[in-house]
Every structure is written in structure tokens, then in C-alpha cells.
Design a protein around this ligand. Sequence first.
Ligand code: KIV
Length: 291
Amino acid sequence: MVIADGAVDLGVKKDRAYLLAKKQRHEPVVMLTAYDYPTAVAEEQAGIDIVLVGDSVGTNMLGYASEAEVTMDDIVHHTRAVRRGVQNAYLLADMPYHSFETPRVALRNARILLEAGADGVKLEGGVDQVGIVRALVAEGIEVCGHIGFTPQTLGSKGRIQGKTLEQAKLLVESAISLQAAGAFMLVLELVTEDISRLISERLTIPTIGIGSGRFCDGQVLVVTDVLGISRVTFKLARRYQEYKNLTLQAIEAYRQDVESHRFPSEENVFATKSEELALVESWLREGGTSS
Ligand code: KIV
């Protein structure tokens, strides 16, 4: 079946069972953020397993200074746009900072994200969030945990996690208790490769790493880093395109074309038939007033 913008629906719904089966077969799960409809269509077409409407939308798309500024309205707006472009990929929406402070608040907000089109929600935090995860799972909501570097609360502090016994213990305990609480998947952000491997080996649910090495069950990147839109190149990412340069080149070429009368050209214009034009000109010569 052909869907929006020529994307092809191959009919395999990438639900949690599909993702779990990938871990069991040792096939890497591929996750990528998307914040808008055209990018969602491209990701669906490219066969991405999980499309994440991350709170990284704030710094990458909305010009915010940090993830902590992202609101429920922001995530709802972008989730709706991405939903229109995604059919088979799993659509995961991030719960913004302060949107899951109590089980009741978390439940209300998670349901809003599901209504906007998400298949499941992701929330940051380890052992401290186990009660919230349990409450959401009890209501049938699919929850992905997120431990390691957690931008909503850690800001720019202590980026790489798992370098000491104390940090590693907290990560392992968090991972095991989130799984026990019913989380169906776990994002590990900026965790050392050694500790990510130990966690991934111990969990039955898939782990998805960002800056967490080669032994996670899957990988996630921020799409603006992949496309080369971001200002900086992070060690954890790989740029597959230089979109920022391409965008600038295109916009500059457009400005130059308009300024030098090269745009619009004959191929961009619409004509009035000569007989009709003659009538208009004669009407104007006669004063151009309506009868
Ligand atoms: O918001 C986001 O993009 C994320 C990823 C870094 C996992 O949470």
C-alpha cells in the first residue's frame, strides 16, 4: 500500500513484541528522533524501528536553552505531526520535565500523549521513578525508561555515567528496578560501554544506547545530528549529511536569484489568454470602472 508522499507501507507493525524479538535475535533496534511530518515520512520509508519525539525538540527545533523548557503542548504538537507520517514504526513520545511528578499527573499526561498518537511514552529517571512507571504500566501504558545522563535534571553536569562503582551500582539497580516495574525498554544515555554491556546482558527488555557504546540492543541518535543541522558535532553522533550547509546554500541562491531577476523565470509564471488580456487592456483604456 502506498501512503503519504509515496512512502510504502510494508505492513509490519513494530510493536513491543517486535522490538523484544529483535533483542532476542540479536538484531539491533534502530531508533531516531523526529519532530515533524516530512522527517517522519522519511524515517518510516527508511525502515526506522522507533521514531522518538524527544524533548530534544526544544534545543534543536524550538530555540530553547534547555530540555527543561519543553512543555506538554510542545510534545503534543510535534507528536501529532509525526503521527501523520508514521504507520509501522513505533512512535515513542517523551514526557517533558515536571509532567510526571505524581502518579496522577503522570497518568493524565501520558494519556494526552497517547491521544496525540504515541504508542508509548519515555520518561527520565532511575530508581526514583519506579513508582511512576509502575502506576503507568498498571493502566496499560507502555513505558520506556531513560537512565544515565538525563538532560532534564542533570543539565550540563556529569555527562558520562558509570565511571565509578557508586555510579555503576545506581545504574544497574535503576535498570533492574525499571524493568521489574514493567518498563518495556530502556534508553541508556552517555553510559560507559562497559556498564551498558553489563546492563544489556542482565535485562530481558531491549536497551537503546546513545553515546553508550556497541553492546546495547539498539541505538538512538538525534536526527538533527544525523542530518548535520546541529551547530556542533558530538563525539557520540555521526553526521550523514551536511544539511545546514545545504540549507544555507539554497537560501542564499534563492536570495541572489530574486535580487538579480533570475527568479521567477518563464517556467514559474501563469498567463492570461491573449484574447482575455486584450479585453482587460481595452477596459483599462476606457477608465477601468465597473459597469
Ligand atoms: O530527547 C531526546 O532526543 C532523547 C534521546 C537523546 C534519547 O531523549
